[in-house]
Write a protein that binds this ligand. Structure first.
Ligand code: HEM
Length: 415
């Protein structure tokens, strides 16, 4: 079915559009070709410019003095933005790395950065491999058929990130629910309710949990990331309660749904492309490239936003100070100017200049961890799978922010 540029732009503000990927990509392809910086005026949203080309997104992300994160970091309905402003006036405010600009951003990012560098990752490798084995072993317990998304993919990355933070296993189910409520706020299956108050209540629950954690780690410091955050000093002072809780929220949430969506979407891609699955089995050395291709293919983070701090021009379109742009990562990652056959899943794609982790000063802090988790899981899974096929129709999350396949029914035989 044909669509107009106007209709294509409106899809970027429609959570349901992300649950129908072929149609979404039809819209994004049209925008890239005809209106790469396009003003979207959706009824319930403050207007924004949708930026759909790889080169334009890089240009925005590169210039973090001109393009700020703090005023409007992600897309939200006007009522939610207004409610958040009222809460902030009363001192309750989510202020994570993605809500900050330099100089604060640089200082606060440095607190957690060492925990995600390749050296720290190498130290975690054997633990991650052990967890990957544990979750692949579960497939044997399920007896040949399962929902891979809900029974395997959602648990493994959450387990990794919460172990890194140092949280007790008994709290994991609660964290799983809160993360899904936070990111799946537009999906009827995961959201707590559909009002701004409902969504804010999820945040308050996160805060309450993490305030207790901060107090515990300040009283009795341990060797985990939670302790590093609780006891960090900026200009000789600890972070305040909101800042500490926000740091935990971003680690726990960003480190989880993103990777689990890629685990499920990665397996789905291999099922849909049996030739690539066979190729990967024959040459496991391709796995690091295949993992990046899965990340490009799935692109679990759908957007971040930036707001112009001065009047400017982007790809010929005038944008005034205070106006916002939405950076469409799924679109960048299918840009025909950058990728050969962008709609082909190529397990050996090299080079692969995808923007799924963003670019510039906000580049994903957990990129090395995510790659390691995905590599460990598929290194364990592929040799054990004798056969795998779909046992039903996969379903995608309705979200404009983070998500992917939420149900992946599979039938399989293990060796
Ligand atoms: C930021 C994607 C996994 C932690 C981001 C951004 C993207 C992204 C697009 C924003 C970048 C920008 O604005 O330029 C992904 C994808 C993942 C993933 C696709 C998995 C496949 C993780 C993991 C962690 C993590 C495992 C672990 C804690 C963060 C943090 C930020 C971030 C803390 C904020 C960085 C900042 O603003 O300075 N991620 N992420 N992410 N990610 Fe990830």
């Amino acid at each position: 079915m044909n669509m107009t540029i106007e209709q294509a732009g409106l899809m970027l503000a429609d959570p349901l559009a992300y649950a129908d990927e072929p149609r979404l990509h039809q819209a994004l392809t049209l925008l890239r070709r005809e209106a790469p910086v396009h003003l979207v005026e959706a009824p319930e949203y403050t207007p924004f410019y949708a930026v759909t080309r790889h080169a334009d997104i890089m240009q925005v992300e590169r210039d973090n003095a001109l393009w700020l994160s703090a005023p409007r970091p992600v897309l939200g309905k006007k009522v939610f933005e207004e409610h958040a402003r009222q809460q902030a006036a009363q001192g309750v405010q989510l202020k994570t790395l993605v809500h900050m600009d330099d100089p604060d951003h640089r200082v606060v990012r440095a607190i957690g950065a060492d925990w995600f560098r390749p050296k720290a990752m190498r130290a975690m490798e054997s633990r991650i491999q052990e967890l990957a084995r544990r979750y692949v072993d579960r497939l044997a317990d399920y007896g040949g058929e399962c929902d891979f998304a809900t029974q395997v993919a959602v648990h493994y990355p959450l387990y990794v990130i919460l172990s890194l933070l140092g949280l007790p296993e008994s709290d994991f189910p609660r964290m799983l629910k809160l993360t899904q409520e936070l990111f799946g706020g537009a999906d009827a299956e995961t959201r707590r309710g559909d009002t701004a108050e409902d969504q804010f209540a999820v945040l308050l629950d996160f805060f309450a949990y993490f305030q207790q954690l901060t107090a515990a780690r300040r009283a009795h410091p341990t060797e985990d990331l939670a302790s590093a955050i609780a006891n960090a000093q900026v200009d000789g002072k600890p972070l305040n309660d909101m800042e500490t809780a926000s740091y935990y929220v971003i680690i726990a949430s960003a480190g989880h749904d993103t990777t689990s969506s890629t685990v499920a979407g990665g397996l789905h891609a291999l099922i849909e492309h049996p030739g690539q699955l066979a190729r990967l089995r024959e040459d496991p050395g391709l796995l690091p490239l295949a993992v990046d291709e899965m990340i490009r293919w799935v692109t679990p983070v759908k957007e971040f936003m930036r707001t112009a701090s001065a009047d400017t021009t982007l790809n010929g379109v005038d944008i005034r100070a205070g106006e916002s742009v939405l950076l469409s990562y799924p679109s960048a990652n299918r840009d025909e100017e950058v990728f050969t056959d962008p709609f082909t899943f190529d397990a050996g794609r090299d080079p692969n200049r995808h923007l799924a982790f963003g670019f510039g000063v906000h580049y994903c802090l957990g990129a090395a961890l995510a790659r390691m988790e995905l590599k460990a899981l598929f290194a364990e899974l592929l040799p054990r799978l004798e056969s795998v096929e779909l046992a039903g129709r996969p379903e995608w999350t309705a979200t404009t922010f983070v998500g992917g396949i939420k149900h992946l029914p599979i039938r399989y035989k293990l060796r």
